[in-house]
Design a protein around this ligand. Structure first.
Ligand SMILES: *[C@@H]1O[C@H](CO)[C@@H](O)[C@H](O)[C@H]1NC(C)=O
Ligand SMILES: *[C@@H]1O[C@H](CO)[C@@H](O)[C@H](O)[C@H]1NC(C)=O
Length: 478
């Protein structure tokens, strides 16, 4: 009872401190209340929220140290004990809700000290919460309680709103989106300037529709001979109707159905909302504009994908020891700012290592040798980084380099020696076979045996000599 009498006198005190505190919904609000020096633990302090004529106690501490919490905001409001020891009875309100907004009074019994605050809570909300692509939507900024004077400004993803994007109401508290598109997705910030304080609140607006790709027109790069996925993914749980793909080859005037080879084969276990087009192997002529379309809630949605094909062309057939020129060719290189050629090699463990070689569109190697064999990859990049790559394989085998090798490689010599050895073994085998047959014949014509043997021995010697001459040739030059 005494408390309320005191409270009455306290409230009638004119010139009491009145402060404005502006916070975003969901955040932590701190309403300061400092009791004049010297701070004492044994003091009775009460926090009251006024609501027109009625007053509700939010928090109270008695001289004995007993603490009470109001019913309304039971768990979300308190005064930290650390602050109390220092003589501060700052009211903390956690996860502020719009209904927490209003006038708060801190009453310290000793000396009838009173501090008043108006807590204003800013909230950004969307109607509907998640609009459908192409439909209209509304963004609202609420301040509870509503101030007499306020200047409101809006930002979308940190940038001021463009006038074409929305229509705003007189006091700008509402913004109307006439047709929801990915451009309106993102963080909406409402900044409120009050007489004494500023505050702002931000909320993320998402959208139902085609979630990937988001841009109306997207460039996609595909290496000729490699698979590629042209994405067209709706927001999860959506069931688009009348979906399909069309394409317009480079240079053509109108869209046409995509060739059957490009259509998704066999029923695949992908969800309803994934309408991506999977191309098993990109062909050089597949470049062009692809259009994915479908209907959601009676609205037609679509995206366009520009498929740029990439391939490696060599000026002439790749030959050992000859110069080699490879060119990285894109069907449309408008978005490409740079090329890089890298060589990819694998060690015995199969670990890949990539060695950058040239930062040019055309790769020139003066002389093809074995060390150049393997995988060459042309990477092309745009402003955002690497856009894609295309691979070229070739194999240079040293034993095929033959006589032109000019002894430059010791491995080449080894290979030549090996060839000679095989030849020799073949000759010996042949001779053994001949001897075997001759012996068979000699059984039939014993008298002939000596003559045949002598003749064949002479031939054999000749052949051996010839083979030795042959082998002496290359080894001399080395
Ligand atoms: C291959 O793998 C083994 C075991 O993982 C490792 O000890 C060895 O160093 C690797 N060799 C190379 C060439 O990376
Ligand atoms: C080429 O692109 C593929 C797919 O993006 C990537 O996995 C691979 O690492 C790239 N290769 C090189 C050498 O950059």
């Amino acid at each position: 009872m005494l408390l309320f009498i005191l409270l009455g006198t306290a409230l009638s005190v004119t010139g009491a401190v009145c402060d404005e505190i502006v916070v975003e919904v969901g955040s932590l609000a701190v309403l300061p209340c400092t009791v004049g020096s010297p701070p004492q633990a044994a003091i009775s302090v009460q926090w009251v929220k006024t609501n027109g004529r009625s007053q509700n106690t939010v928090w109270r501490i008695q001289q004995s140290g007993l603490e009470f919490r109001g019913i309304e905001a039971v768990r979300r409001s308190w005064c930290p004990h650390n602050d109390i020891r220092k003589g501060s009875f700052n009211l903390h309100i956690e996860s502020v809700r719009p209904e927490d907004g209003g006038e708060y009074i801190c009453i310290a019994m000793r000396g009838k000290e009173v501090q008043r605050h108006v807590l204003r809570v800013i909230q950004v909300s969307f109607t509907p919460a998640v609009p459908l692509e192409g439909s209209s939507a509304k963004v609202t900024c609420n301040v509870t309680p509503w101030p007499e004077e306020a200047i409101v400004s809006w930002k979308l993803n940190g940038r001021p709103l463009s006038p074409q994007q929305t229509q705003s109401t007189m006091n700008k508290m509402e913004q109307k989106i006439t047709s929801m598109s990915p451009r309106e997705m993102g963080n909406w910030t409402c900044a409120v300037r009050l007489e004494k304080k500023d505050g702002e609140a931000t909320q993320y607006l998402s959208m139902k529709g085609i979630s990937r790709p988001l841009e109306e027109i997207t460039q996609v790069y595909g290496a000729v001979g490699s698979p590629i996925v042209l994405p067209c993914v709706y927001t999860e749980e959506l069931t688009p109707q009348n979906t399909g793909w069309q394409w317009k080859p480079n240079g053509a005037r109108s869209f046409q159905p995509v060739p059957p080879t490009l259509r998704p084969s066999a029923p695949s276990p992908r969800p309803q909302w994934d309408r991506s087009l999977r191309v098993e192997s990109v062909a050089a002529g597949d470049g062009g504009t692809y259009r994915c379309f479908g209907e959601v809630g009676g609205r037609r949605l679509q995206r366009q994908l520009l498929l740029v094909t990439a391939q490696v062309r060599s000026a002439a057939p790749v030959k050992p020891n000859a110069p080699m020129t490879l060119t990285c060719e894109l069907s449309d290189d408008t978005g490409v700012t740079g090329y890089e050629w890298v060589q990819v090699t694998y060690d015995s463990n199969g670990t890949q290592s990539v060695t950058p070689k040239q930062r040019t569109k055309t790769l020139r190697i003066p002389k093809m040798t074995e060390e150049h064999s393997g995988e060459w990859v042309c990477r092309y990049s745009g402003k955002q980084g690497i856009l894609g790559n295309v691979t070229y394989h070739f194999q240079v085998m040293s034993h095929l380099e033959g006589d032109k090798l000019e002894g430059s490689s010791s491995r080449g010599v080894m290979a030549t020696g090996l060839c000679f050895l095989v030849l020799l073994l073949l000759l010996i085998a042949l001779q053994a076979y001949r001897n075997h047959r001759r012996r068979k014949m000699a059984l039939q014509y014993p008298a002939l045996e000596t003559i045949v043997h002598t003749a064949s021995n002479a031939r054999e010697r000749k052949e051996r000599d010839r083979a030795r001459d042959k082998s002496a040739g290359p080894s001399n030059t080395n």
